[in-house]
Design a protein around this ligand. Structure first.
Ligand code: ATP
Ligand code: MG
Length: 595
């Protein structure tokens, strides 16, 4: 119910999270929770109603960049599980870090989660939240921990703190400030809040165990002093919670049942549990508390999915923005022409496991072709045009004759009707459909050979014309009479090759952007390699081609299968009906360049 996804009746691949949630829902683990109508503390929820949502999950992006294909995995997992178990998935902006976060990113994230087909609105309630709205509670919870002897203000220098943390083989050493009184700690913490101390002068730490084998439990920092303007709370705070402190609290206030994150947070789980347990014990949060579950990251070959590195590609102008069609951002993939259905299918097919996985980029293209094969209208386009002159046209039909031709808009969907175009004395063909000397196995145009102009007539090649530099400027051929496709006896002349074409008289000039992989290596940033060293210089090629007249006035963001070439989309930004721009999404078959 948290998503309108239409094709959700297919059986779902099993994964450990699905199995776990199924069992917990059956056992009623979360059945007693109450919901106060909005996120809030234990008392707020206790005064509410039994939570109408069987489960609550969340997708918690930090608004410091655009969403990428790895995020799509997490989005589809969380929203998909919520939908399947009668729950909701919250969209929560994890905006507790005052730096780097921008409204532009917030807007782009909202747009792309919706583009994927998900919604956080359930029965008229929007579950879009901002973690920064919980700063007051986080502060109150910190004072409560201090009052319980569970947190202290540490004034050691950053270096001393690091040195005293120990390492995997050495236990840590207690800070000299670890034993001061509750009253002293409270006073100091309030001074921190009130701006009495310099940035970095001291931190609030949890008091757990400096000898714990899990370094994350060696008195982790909860709050730091940082004078920074926050996009939501302005200059109200000069102390900000640490992510590891903020995140469990955000989940608890929102009544999240299953807090799903990637594997690198596994070592944080004991602190997640410690913190929520202590705050529930102190009456601040309701039980049962949310539980964290980790799954493996999705990595796609030929793609990088680190926001920092993607930002570098943008900042260094290696690409033309976050929505450059070569970017693995959802905004880039949308512009490239990928469908939300294909992205969702890929996310679903890759399941969820306890290890980070590498998936071949081809998996996404297979999902895309599966989706577009049935949807995209067909059209003919010539991408590397060479003129073909039909030298007996005037004698056979008269110079001004145009022979009407037609073809189905989609071979399996007659309801979509026919495309109309016409054949004349000159047509555009692909440059590589002609060879002066035919290599072995080449059945297209070469002197003396006959081919069919698809949906048109059979022609016999007679030669070519060249310019002063020896470059071929036109191919010549004669029409073989009575071979028009669809007329009686048209097949009497047998040919081994059929080529696509566009009439010179009615073809529409179009800009075609041929995109390819941004990197030449399957794991561009593996082993600490600088991804700049493996950029594919041919990742974007812009060419001028021709498309058939039925494409003269198509809107932006419309997908086609150009026969023999692959899938293309009218660019959502650059395309104009009177100056069409097509992006190549992918070829018809797998492989480099999709060709
Ligand atoms: P990045 O490393 O690109 O900055 P992040 O994890 O820091 O990614 P967040 O905005 O914090 O970015 O991510 C939101 C959610 O998306 C998190 O729950 C995170 O675990 C998940 N996520 C990010 N990348 C992937 C990935 N490659 N595969 C699966 N989930 C991912
Ligand atoms: Mg992150």
């Amino acid at each position: 119910m948290s998503a309108p996804a239409k094709n959700d009746t297919a059986p779902k691949p099993a994964n450990f999270l699905r199995t776990l949630i199924e069992r917990e829902v059956q056992d009623g683990v979360y059945a007693q929770r109450r919901w106060g109508g909005t996120p809030g503390d234990g008392a707020h929820h206790a005064a509410g109603v039994p939570d109408p949502m069987a489960v609550r999950l969340r997708f918690p992006p930090e608004p410091n960049g655009y969403l990428h294909i790895g995020h799509a995995k997490s989005i589809c997992l969380n929203f998909g599980l919520a939908r399947d178990f009668g729950g909701v998935c919250h969209l929560r902006f994890d905006d507790t870090n005052p730096e780097k976060e921008e409204q532009e990113y917030v807007d782009a994230i909202v747009e792309m989660v919706q583009w994927l087909g998900w919604t956080w609105d359930v029965a008229g309630t929007s579950h879009l939240y901002y973690a920064s709205n919980y700063f007051d509670f986080m502060y109150r919870a910190a004072e409560s921990l201090i009052e319980g002897g569970l947190a202290y203000v540490d004034e050691q220098s950053a270096e001393a703190m690091r040195a005293n943390r120990g390492d995997f083989t050495t236990p840590g050493t207690d800070s000299p400030w670890r034993t001061r009184s509750v009253a002293e700690n409270l006073a100091r913490f309030r001074e921190m809040r009130d701006g009495a101390h310099a940035d970095g002068a001291m931190v609030l730490r949890a008091k757990i165990d400096m000898a714990s084998p899990n370094i994350n439990l060696r008195d982790p920092a909860l709050y730091r002093i940082k004078r920074a303007h926050h996009h939501n709370t302005g200059d109200r705070w000069c102390i900000y919670p640490m992510y590891t402190y903020a995140h469990p609290i955000e989940d608890a206030l929102e009544n999240i049942t299953h807090s799903i994150c990637t594997l690198e947070f596994e070592d944080q789980r004991p602190f997640y549990d410690w913190l929520l347990d202590k705050l529930a014990e102190r009456g601040l949060l309701q039980r049962p508390c949310p539980k964290q579950h980790e799954f493996g990251r999705l990595n796609l070959t030929y793609v990088i999915t680190s926001k920092r590195k993607l930002k570098a590609l943008v900042d260094e102008k290696i690409v033309e923005g976050w929505d450059d069609p070569r970017m693995p951002t959802l905004a880039g993939m949308r512009r490239r022409g990928y469908t939300p259905e294909a992205v969702r299918k890929m996310a679903e097919d890759t399941g969820a496991s306890k290890t980070n996985i590498w998936v071949d980029y081809g998996v996404l293209d297979i999902a895309l072709r599966e989706d577009l094969e049935g949807k995209a209208a067909r059209a003919m386009a010539v991408i590397d045009p060479l003129k073909l002159e039909l030298t007996n046209w005037a004698d056979l039909f008269g110079a001004d004759h145009r022979e009407p031709c037609s073809a189905p808009a989609h071979p399996q969907r007659p309801e979509l009707g026919q495309r109309q175009f016409s054949l004349g004395p000159e047509v555009w063909i692909e440059r590589d459909d002609f060879a002066e000397v035919a290599p072995k196995g080449f059945f297209r145009l070469f002197p003396g050979n006959k081919v069919r102009l698809k949906y048109g007539m059979v022609v016999e090649c007679t030669g070519c014309r060249k310019d002063a530099d020896g470059r071929i400027v036109a191919v010549t051929a004669t029409v073989v009479p009575d071979t028009k496709s669809g007329t009686p006896g048209a097949d009497a002349v047998k040919v081994k090759g059929t080529i696509t074409w566009v009439g010179v008289h009615d073809g529409v000039a179009a800009t075609v952007k041929l995109y390819d992989r941004l990197f030449t290596e399957p794991q561009p940033d593996a082993g600490g390699r600088d991804f700049r060293e493996v950029l594919n210089p041919g990742s974007k090629q812009v060419v001028s081609g021709y498309v058939e007249p039925s494409l003269a006035t198509v809107p932006a963001d419309t997908r086609f299968q150009f026969e023999r070439h692959g899938y293309f989309v009218t660019d959502r930004l650059d395309h104009r009906a009177d100056a069409p721009v097509f992006n190549r999404i992918t070829g018809l078959k797998d492989g480099w360049g999709g060709r």
